[in-house]
Design a binder for this molecule. Structure first.
Ligand code: AMP
Length: 173
């Protein structure tokens, strides 16, 4: 079974012109969830990972399963105002305007070897801000693992110097 066939493309969501890659159909399938988690970890097989970081909210699904599989902890990076304890935040550019992401200041210790996980790499702004959060806390970013990459948005170019892995690639909308 091809994992890509389990992803549903929803045209014009959340706004006209966007082809939204709906992963709920993939994670709702036992084999789809299992195989995607194993494949997202495979490139980092030989790497010692201290914790897996997931980006709100679909990144949590994969990051938690990967951390469970590795028997390490999972760190959430969240939208503003969601994390209850002391946080640091980083802004990133959206198509129109800015948004920001937060992490608990004690979620990453100096020298921690972190794997960053999200469902999808588009322009790369989200993961770039996440890398800055980890590095500000003294963590080491081992790499970034995505289920889907929208190659035509060239997000990978923002991440030079980091190992970037994706299972499923789209060359166009
Ligand atoms: P970016 O910062 O542009 O790389 O956007 C990545 C974030 O936005 C990820 O957390 C994705 O879940 C979400 N995202 C962006 N574009 C899409 C899309 N076409 N389908 C589904 N999710 C998307």
């Amino acid at each position: 079974m091809l994992l890509q066939e389990l992803i549903r493309n929803v045209q014009d969501f959340p706004k006209p012109g966007i082809g939204f890659k709906d992963i709920t159909t993939l994670v709702g399938d036992a084999e789809g969830l299992h195989d995607s988690v194993i494949q997202m970890l495979a490139p980092f097989d030989e790497t010692k990972i201290d914790a897996v970081l997931g980006i709100e909210s679909r990144g949590f699904i994969f990051a938690a399963a990967m951390a469970f599989h590795l028997n390490v902890g999972m760190v959430p990076v969240r939208k503003p105002g969601k994390l209850p304890y002391e946080t640091i935040s980083e802004k990133y550019e959206l198509e129109y305007g800015q948004d920001s992401l937060e992490i608990h200041t004690d979620a990453v210790k100096s020298g921690d070897r972190m794997l960053i996980v999200d469902d999808l790499l588009a322009t790369g702004g989200t993961v770039e801000a996440t890398i800055r959060l980890v590095e500000r806390l003294g963590g080491k970013v081992l790499g970034c693992s995505f289920l889907v990459e929208l190659d035509f948005l060239k997000g990978r170019e923002k991440l030079s110097g980091y190992q970037v892995e994706s299972i499923i690639h789209y060359q166009s909308e």
